[in-house]
Design a protein around this ligand. Structure first.
Ligand code: PLP
Length: 458
């Protein structure tokens, strides 16, 4: 751990500014980064001794909370026994974790390990294209995803992403990626029922497949619920209809569980709330609760079986990842899943999500709050400038509220500055192990900040 008395914070910040390139943050906001030095439970402490409740679990990942000694112990033990061997061969932690993931997935899947969510999705795209070729569908190379969705930062995963500002200045990206509208029920046409609107959005996928040429589409990729793009929760019938369309047209269904997985949704995986059986499931973040890098691409066994044809020279997956499935990461992930089970944190996520949603009920009367959506222990508050027209609140208003929460010791998130026109959703994704006191703090602090917005407008 950093010894605070060896450095003063200002000196650290100068060094930071000189040597470190921060993720996504605009340069003007990097002047005074928070330097986190300790973390326990749902709380983090910065180098100046300030404490914050992290209601975003880092980047939506620290599901079991910070400071779990048994996760550190599992990694340490594995590093001391056998720190590294590539998965061109095999090792015990990877085998045990793959078996455990199958139990969690409630299906028969074969697991490919990587290090990040982006990589897990890249692997899914390569597998989907190769699979289609290997079953004689030589022209199926296109992918369909949704506007507002985020699927990662590498060029393929970014191509699947439906957020314009993330792509700006990095284009042209990978060809063959198409987008359809998400089921954003809050902004459905006047007079249309939520159910009909969701059906219309799902059917847009069918129309796109047909218009593009059925024989050209390899797969659809989606999160069960759009998370980073603004917590867009579909009707249960939506995902069922998407699955039906995919099955009808021979298109694979890839479900991105990078955020929704590992209990966040109140079920082990988000898609289990919708009773669908994806062809490929990608996962990262909560797999290790963010303690070490690890991600996975789970592929239905029937698909994997088409990669076993020894009579064809290139039927196997020619993808290698030096660090993917690192033994310490796998051992830690296994300990993480055992902890989630032992403390029944998946069920707790459902309870806490419901509690947060109910506590925020009265915020629907607030002049800035257009809509509140939740899915398990994920919650989004859509801020509007005008409740009748639903005109989105400005980025400045969103940032002001986030800044005031932070000054009061509460870290909440927003849906990036990357969704064209709609950067107006505040997000909550606290550790699933948050205590009742933590919950009380999140609720009272946020409500006070929102009340202050009315007072300061008067
Ligand atoms: N998919 C989703 C839904 C995500 O939210 C993210 C990251 O936030 C990714 C993929 C990419 O994961 P990573 O940042 O580990 O590459």
């Amino acid at each position: 751990m950093l010894e605070l008395n060896r450095y003063d914070t200002n000196e650290l910040k100068e060094k930071d500014k000189k040597h470190l390139w921060h993720n996504i943050t605009p340069y003007s906001e990097q002047d005074r980064p928070m330097i986190v030095t300790e973390a326990a439970g749902s709380w983090v402490t910065d180098s100046e001794g300030n404490r914050y409740l992290d209601a975003m679990s880092g980047l939506w990942c620290v599901n079991v909370g910070y400071g779990r000694q048994e996760l550190a112990d599992a990694a340490y033990k594995q590093l001391s026994t056998m720190p590294y061997f590539p998965l061109t061969q095999s090792h015990l932690p990877a085998i045990e974790l793959a078996e455990k993931l199958n139990e969690w997935l409630e299906g028969e899947y074969v697991i490919f390990f990587s290090n990040s969510g982006s990589e897990a999705n890249e692997v899914a795209f390569k597998i989907a294209r190769q699979y289609q070729q290997q079953i004689g569908q030589h022209n199926r190379f296109k992918f369909i995803s949704r506007y507002r969705a985020y699927h990662g930062s590498s060029l393929g995963a970014l191509s699947a992403t439906g957020q314009a500002q993330r792509k700006y200045k990095y284009e042209p990206l990978t060809s063959g990626f198409l987008h359809v509208a998400p089921p954003d029920s809050y902004r459905r046409p006047d007079g249309m029922s939520v159910e009909d609107f969701n059906l219309q959005c799902a059917n847009e996928i069918e129309r796109t497949i047909v218009w593009e040429g059925v024989e050209s589409v390899a797969a659809v990729i989606m999160e069960p619920v759009i998370t980073g793009g603004g917590i867009i929760v579909p009707e249960p019938s939506y995902l069922k209809r998407v699955e039906e369309i995919c099955n009808q047209y021979g298109v694979l269904l890839i479900i991105d569980e990078v955020i929704c997985g590992f209990g966040r949704s109140g079920r082990k995986f988000g898609h289990q709330n919708f009773s669908i059986q994806p062809d490929i499931v990608t996962m990262a973040k909560g797999l290790t609760s963010g303690y070490l890098p690890l991600s996975a691409t789970a592929v239905r066994k029937e698909i994997y079986d088409t990669f076993k044809d020894n009579t064809e020279m290139y039927s196997h997956l020619r993808h290698v990842n030096t660090f993917g499935g690192n033994p310490a990461s796998c051992a830690l992930a296994l300990a993480n899943l055992q902890l989630l089970e032992r403390e029944q944190l998946v069920a707790r996520a459902e309870v806490l999500g419901q509690r947060l949603r109910s506590a925020f009920d009265d915020l629907l009367e607030h002049p800035l709050v257009g809509d509140i959506r939740h899915f398990g222990f994920l919650l989004g508050i859509e801020l509007v400038a005008d409740k009748t027209t639903k005109a989105p609140a400005s980025v400045d208003v969103v940032k002001k509220i986030i800044g005031e929460c932070k000054r009061a010791g509460l870290i909440i998130g927003k849906n990036g500055d990357t969704v064209a026109g709609y950067n107006n959703v505040l997000t909550f994704s606290p550790p699933l192990a948050s205590t009742d006191d933590d919950m009380a703090f999140i609720i009272s602090t946020f409500k006070q900040v929102m009340a202050n917005q009315i007072a300061s407008a008067d």
